[in-house]
Design a protein. Sequence first.
Length: 263
Amino acid sequence: MKGILFSFPPKEEFEGLSLLKIDSKAFIEAQQGCKELQSLTKKILEKTDSRNEFEILPNGPCSAYHPLSNPVERFHRTLGRILLILCSEEGPVWEKHVHAALFALRTVTHESTGFSPAELVHGRNLRTPVILLYENWLQPEEEQTPVAEYVFTLLNRLKQFQGLAVKEMEKSQQRNETWYDKRAVKREFQEGDSVVIFSNCRTNKLSPRWTGPGTVLKKLPETNYVVSLPHRKDKSQVYHVNMLKPYYKRLEHINFLSLEAEE
């Protein structure tokens, strides 16, 4: 994806991708990106004719490799897995399969909401190839509904779907929280503590899973910490507490030989 989405300056046309001009949020969650990536984000917002004023969340940048704290990262992981399967079967040209993967994700019912993303956004599910084949076989008669009645029905349906989705998400969050708290161990670090960091990107299978030690520089809200790593190019980075463990330095044993003077 780096060649298309993260080229700077941004390309005039994205091959195989398109941007929709829709309403945007009033804030953007801060990511651990460079200045070039921030400039790219501004360029994309300009191309989508976005006139809203954006602000960075006060909680600071989110932790890396922790999809629980950022649903966008969780979605990217799911999308990446789908593209990996499609590329292994159809070839390495991943951008040709983006639309098919997104279409599948938009029409699948989510466990947390009980609805598909298309139903929550458009008030109805999208017409999949199965539905098109069904309509071709049966050729059902289309109901002639007045425009005003259709609009009011659609708005009421959207409001009902959104209310039910919020209730289902609250139930799902309670179930996940209960299950997670059974095995969760509370950990807390102070500024200046030495920690080791879980390594998500390893060069080979025999590489150590934990790297470090690093030094905790600052504690951020929502169980995030700024950790300094002297041996890396990025001297400091934000990590979630689940990716940190206390570092215990080994005791240094000094072996010496005592020579007694001969009488």
